[in-house]
Write a protein that binds this ligand. Structure first.
Ligand SMILES: NC(=O)c1ccc[n+]([C@@H]2O[C@H](COP(=O)([O-])OP(=O)(O)OC[C@H]3O[C@@H](n4cnc5c(N)ncnc54)[C@H](O)[C@@H]3O)[C@@H](O)[C@H]2O)c1
Length: 355
């Protein structure tokens, strides 16, 4: 194993690998999909990774064994103050990343995102970290025209997107006042191994794979003509890692992910069914309130500043996910979050626990 060092040094713009400068990197949400992959990538390069997760949406299994792990909730500032001490960088990936659910459980979702973010930002700034990288969401763009570009004024359409924009604004404000560098990453529809697939409230591709592997038909909200771009985790990781030290991304908002394969949810279901040789006959349900019909982000800025390239085709990414779920085994869906508002607009899949 590469030597782990906890040297509290920082050389802006240097490559941690080429320059052999080891950093102490804090990652919130380290038991989650993105946070755990990011932690692995930094640990493999010899950095010391400290991470926390409340496990509200992640899996303990995902935490890399070589990471220094704390089962802490970001909302508790004193805990954040203790565990971000001596860190050079903070990646804030922790979030209740439940866009569709956020109009039905707004208190849970916004409280977690806003309080958790501000508490971690405040602790990290007090501990004099050099840079904070915040994972926002394309929900920030809401009803803007596609493709979403970073310079657009945010028009979020649901409490999840509104909370992400609030966290972005507070981060910008605090970093400007206190002289800390920040970057806002806007990942979108990432897929890949380790994504939670027993969660009925999010991750459409994972839900469909988990259902079809159980020989069950997927449910599709609306007519299935909603369009999205899906990104494979490895392609996003390269950019997220670059955000640690790249000078040109300081104070920037950057979309992370492809803009090439823009497909409907119906096509996504077909692609998965083809790979599984599953006889697809989806069950269509009433559309979800506030769901943006066409959402895709421009990758121009990421290409220009971070040399972003889509290396993994969607079919290949789906295959990797299918292989992962087959190895782990299919799972029963867990309705682990409370619906705060139950009425005629609440999706039947959640009210009646149909998955
Ligand atoms: N995956 C995507 O497609 C996508 C798209 C856009 C934005 N994002 C953003 O990227 C980040 C990572 O997403 P992900 O897909 O890895 O989600 P994830 O749910 O797999 O990971 C998030 C992790 O954060 C943890 N967490 C949540 N609230 C916490 C808190 N208060 N304290 C400590 N831990 C907490 C969860 O337990 C989970 O392990 C999120 O901020 C999400 O909003 C993801």
């Amino acid at each position: 194993m590469v030597e782990q060092a906890t040297v509290n040094r920082w050389v802006t713009g240097s490559s941690p690998v080429a320059g052999a400068i080891f950093m102490k990197i804090f990652i919130s949400g380290i038991a989650g999909f993105l946070g755990s992959h990011l932690a692995d990538a930094f640990i493999n390069e010899g950095h010391h990774v400290v991470g926390c997760d409340s496990l509200i949406g992640g899996e303990l299994d995902n935490v890399p064994p070589d990471a220094e792990f704390y089962q802490y909730d970001c909302c508790f500032r004193n805990s954040m103050l203790k565990i971000t001490k001596g860190c050079d960088l903070v990646y804030h990936t922790a979030a209740t990343a439940y866009e569709g659910l956020s109009v039905f459980s707004p208190h849970l979702i916004t409280q977690n995102i806003v309080t958790g973010s501000v508490s971690l930002f405040s602790a990290a700034i007090e501990n004099k970290v050099k840079r904070i990288i915040f994972c926002s969401s394309m929900a920030r763009y809401g009803t803007n025209e596609i493709p979403f570009r970073e310079e657009f004024v945010p028009k979020p359409q649901d409490p999840y997107g509104i909370a992400k924009v609030a966290a972005e604004n507070i981060l910008k404000n605090l970093c400007e006042v206190h002289g800390v560098e920040y970057v806002i990453a806007v990942p979108h529809n990432i897929i890949g191994p380790r994504q939670k697939y027993d969660d009925p409230y999010r991750n459409v591709a994972s839900i469909m794979i988990n259902l079809m592997l159980q020989n069950r038909q997927p449910y599709i909200y609306g007519d299935g003509k909603q369009k999205r771009c899906f990104s494979y985790i490895d392609d996003d990781l390269f950019c997220l890692k670059e955000m640690a030290t790249n000078k040109s991304v300081k104070s920037q908002i950057i979309n992370i992910g492809p803009d090439e394969e823009f497909i409907t949810i119906n096509s996504l279901a077909n692609k998965i069914a083809n790979q599984l040789k599953f006889n697809l006959n989806p069950k269509y349900l009433k559309g979800r309130p506030q769901e943006v019909l066409e959402a895709t982000c421009s990758a121009d800025k990421a290409r220009r500043l971070l040399n972003y390239k889509t290396k993994t085709k969607l079919d290949h990414g789906l295959k990797k996910m299918i292989d992962f779920i087959k190895v782990k085994g299919v799972k029963k869906f867990r309705y682990h979050l409370d619906l705060e508002i139950i009425n005629s607009k609440t999706p039947k899949t959640w009210k009646e626990k149909l998955f």
